[in-house]
Design a protein around this ligand. Structure first.
Ligand code: HEM
Length: 357
């Protein structure tokens, strides 16, 4: 036997040990990233959202318009948080109105979900980013529940209606979804972005200079009255009715929303976005947003922002809501994908260029 063979024989247990460690790490990595097993991850989540629109667009809420404005603090939140945005009189706001449909080409009457995203940048450089819908709470207690809801409520091609068995199984696994689905079925649609209330839905903490934490949820409540969009009006509406309407309004005057903060009482759940807190909880008006103008999303000012709702300023803290954490992961993947497409020159109308004929 040669010396080399002798060495190999002696090293065999060590090599086997190393191989076992590598195998365990590789399996762990594959599981964590969703390559192995049925686990829902932020990547598998996006793969479950098929899209057939061209490069450079958001994987959801693709149709949108940028806005610019200013947030004026009332000073009321400064008692609970030392974030600069609550003491600075006026903070620049960049945002985006969008509709819930995934496609950038969707008609405005294709969904009842209207949305606002916003980034506030204080004079100390601290940013607060947010994404809000016109729904006061989330359908399920966790993000896999949302995926399960999408599947369970999808129309069966044979009947055009959701499969009752699948729906039943979903409601058994996620009983909290019943109140959302029932409310969603009868909720009036908003006929304008201007009169819609936008909810952040997750709990966050306001953190004071002495470290005291107060859990809260915020929403943006419009000064313009809510006007419902009837079935008839929706049927007759033009393709871009909502976006045209908000642009027309802003030609005449700015639009305003009060930032309402609902303060939690001890024991209110902070980790479950499907459980609204009682209406009787103290509400403060933290400030007022003035939206001054809208402009095309192709120009990049809001197009290339990830309005990640976990990006908050010092003086605020995240709750341990699992949906909030999952959203951050999903948004990062969507953002990376669309910026990659733009950066490599593959995007056309998403960046205001004509597609080659
Ligand atoms: C787990 C459930 C959810 C999934 C899978 C999901 C998925 C997505 C994706 C992929 C995008 C595109 C992001 C980008 O490229 O920047 C997006 C945008 C958006 N989402 Fe979600 N989302 C979820 C929950 C929510 C909730 C609960 C809200 C509101 C409270 C919300 C509000 C928005 C808004 C406003 C936008 C547009 C943001 C913009 O204008 O940049 N989403 N969503």
């Amino acid at each position: 036997m040669k010396i080399g063979d002798m060495d190999l024989k002696r090293s065999w247990p060590a090599l086997a040990g190393i191989a076992a460690v590598v195998a365990v790490l590789a399996t762990g990595f594959a599981w964590t990233s969703g390559l192995l097993g049925q686990r829902v991850t932020s990547t598998t989540f996006l793969e479950d959202i098929p899209h057939d629109f061209p490069a450079g667009y958001r994987r959801a809420h693709g149709k949108g318009v940028c806005f610019e404005g200013v947030f004026r603090s009332s000073g009321a939140a400064a008692k609970y948080s030392d974030a600069r945005v609550f003491t600075q009189p006026a903070t620049r706001a960049i945002g985006r109105f969008s509709i819930g449909n995934m496609s950038p080409y969707a008609a405005d009457n294709s969904t009842s979900t209207v949305s606002m995203a916003m980034m506030l940048t204080a004079d100390n450089g601290q940013q607060w980013r947010m994404k809000m819908n016109n729904e006061p709470y989330f359908v399920t207690r966790d993000a896999p529940g949302f995926l399960a809801m999408v599947k369970a409520t999808a129309p069966d091609p044979a009947t055009g209606k959701p499969d009752p068995q699948q729906l039943g199984a979903f409601l058994k696994a996620y009983p909290e979804a019943r109140k959302y689905l029932e409310a969603d079925a009868v909720k009036p649609w908003a006929s304008s972005f201007a009169g819609a209330t936008f909810y952040a839905i997750h709990a966050y903490y306001l953190v004071a200079g002495d470290g005291q934490r107060q859990a809260m949820r915020w929403s943006l409540r419009p000064h313009a009255p809510f006007a419902a969009w009837s079935v008839d009006e929706r049927a007759r509406a033009s393709h871009d009715a909502l976006f045209d309407e908000v642009a027309q309004r802003l030609k005449k005057s700015p639009l305003y929303w009060d930032m309402m903060m609902q303060l939690a009482a001890p024991g209110d759940p902070v980790n479950d976005p499907s459980q609204p807190w009682p209406q009787t909880r103290l509400q403060i008006v933290a400030g007022t947003l003035e939206v001054q103008r809208v402009f095309d999303q192709t120009d990049g000012m809001c197009r290339d922002i990830n309005f990640d709702p976990t990006l908050i300023p010092a003086g605020m803290a995240l709750s341990n809501d699992p949906v909030l954490a999952t959203r951050a992961g999903i948004y990062a993947h969507s953002y990376n994908a669309r910026l990659h497409e733009i950066g490599y020159g593959n995007a056309t109308d998403a960046v205001g260029k004509k597609a080659p004929q």
